[in-house]
Design a protein around this ligand. Structure first.
Ligand SMILES: Cc1cc2nc3c(=O)[nH]c(=O)nc-3n(C[C@H](O)[C@H](O)[C@H](O)COP(=O)(O)OP(=O)(O)OC[C@H]3O[C@@H](n4cnc5c(N)ncnc54)[C@H](O)[C@@H]3O)c2cc1C
Ligand code: FES
Length: 361
């Protein structure tokens, strides 16, 4: 009775619209593993979230008079649409991960952009899946795993997660519960050491082709989803190449966008010929020339201007800047809202100048 009433209330909520909605309130914090916490949020005002399992939010935090932006995957499942959650691992010396761990409390609010991103098993073949993750890279795969579990139907999934030690295994109890409930889910942990759990009886070591074949003999027949630190993902790609896996069956997400190639610049605007356009940066006093077809971000970097950036493809909103004068051709992927464009903001990573520009940076 209560559950159905709750579901009715949630389904009556207006949908979260990334174009207009941006405020979340923290409602719960959970410790998940060493240096890892989950932060659960509801929308303010109340909204129902619709997203693909595996998508991320960009947090916009005021720090020392500036807006700092970082992306965090939604570890929650879209099947529970009144809340979203992110699961954050402390990065030694890192600004935002430590700020969230040390200062974010239930009742506090923060601004976000998104959800965005295209790393998801939703809408892809579901014959058999293999999830490969390491460290905090488990978050998009956990979202997908929760989603598959909530959908209720049978599924065939091998989930291989790597961690430094048993103390660093994120979502261990919840995944064990899901595996008990769903016979189609097979869990396999790999730890580099037994630290903190001398009785650890799981596999010790790092993933390579030999270990993968032993743990998942039919890996080559599965749709593979991978997320983790860059060296881990490089090792996975090498192992899969050794095993002759079909590259079309392999999907990955990097938490370091700079590790993946930026998209090619769009076609050169007809007017942007010859010497290119002049860029003046009002705060730093620097200036640059953007060659025909060159993005503002890339031209800025060449003159030593370090505009904060992450995805380099107009998705995360990290590079958002104010354009005081001039016109750009911007091909964004959701990292900026129309109302921000109307207020004079733009994304330098996916914009090529259509005139000389004056930029507030
Ligand atoms: C799509 C996407 C999804 C993500 N999802 C998650 C997730 O679910 N969970 C999660 O925990 N993370 C996730 N991340 C990573 C996250 O966005 C942050 O990068 C991470 O939390 C570190 O941010 P930070 O501000 O704490 O560290 P930063 O301040 O950005 O620092 C990062 C590193 O650089 C070093 N550093 C910083 N400043 C300097 C300097 N001046 N000189 C030298 N070194 C320096 C720091 O010591 C640290 O090692 C995701 C990233 C992306 C792109
Ligand atoms: S760096 Fe992501 S939108 Fe520009």
């Amino acid at each position: 009775m209560t559950g159905n009433h709750g579901a009715d209330v949630i389904s009556a909520l207006p949908l979260w619209r990334a174009e207009e909605d941006d405020m979340l309130e923290c409602v719960q914090i959970r410790a998940e593993a060493r240096d890892v916490k989950t932060f659960v949020f509801r929308a303010q005002p109340a909204r129902r979230f619709a997203y693909l399992p595996g998508q991320f939010l960009t947090l916009e935090l005021p720090v020392a008079g500036e807006t700092v932006r970082r992306c965090y995957t939604l570890s929650s499942s879209p099947t529970r649409p009144d809340r979203v959650a992110i699961t954050v691992k402390r990065v030694p010396g890192g600004l935002v991960s430590n700020l969230l761990h040390d200062t974010l409390r239930p009742g506090m609010r923060l601004r976000v952009i998104g959800p965005a991103g295209d790393f998801s098993c939703a809408g892809r073949p579901d014959a058999g899946r293999l999830f490969l993750s390491a460290g905090s890279g488990i978050t998009p795969l956990m979202s997908m795993c929760r989603w598959l579990g909530d959908l209720g139907g049978p599924f065939d999934l091998v989930f291989v997660h790597s961690a430094r030690s048993p103390l660093d295994l994120i979502f261990r109890d919840e995944l064990a519960g899901l595996a008990r409930e769903h016979p189609g889910l097979r869990l396999q942990y790999l730890c580099e050491s037994r630290d903190g759990d001398a009785g650890w009886s799981g596999v010790l070591g790092r993933l390579d082709a030999g270990l993968l074949t032993r743990l998942v003999p039919d890996a080559g027949q599965r749709q593979i989803y991978c997320c983790g630190p860059a060296p881990y993902m490089a090792a996975v790609r090498a192992a899969l190449a050794d095993l002759g896996c079909d590259p079309d069956s392999y999907h990955e997400e990097s938490f370091d966008f700079t590790a993946s190639p930026a998209p090619a610049a769009g076609p050169v605007a007809a007017s942007a010929v010859g010497a290119g356009y002049k860029l003046d940066f009002t705060v730093s006093g620097k200036n640059a020339v953007a060659a025909p077809g060159q993005t503002v971000l890339s031209a800025a970097a060449e003159c030593g201007m370090r505009i904060p950036s992450s995805c380099s493809r107009g998705v995360c909103g990290t590079c958002k800047s104010r354009l005081a004068q001039g016109r750009v051709d911007m091909k964004h992927g959701g990292g900026i809202r129309q109302r921000e464009i109307d207020q004079g903001f733009f994304l330098p990573c996916c914009s090529t100048p259509l005139s000389d520009l004056v930029i507030e940076r």
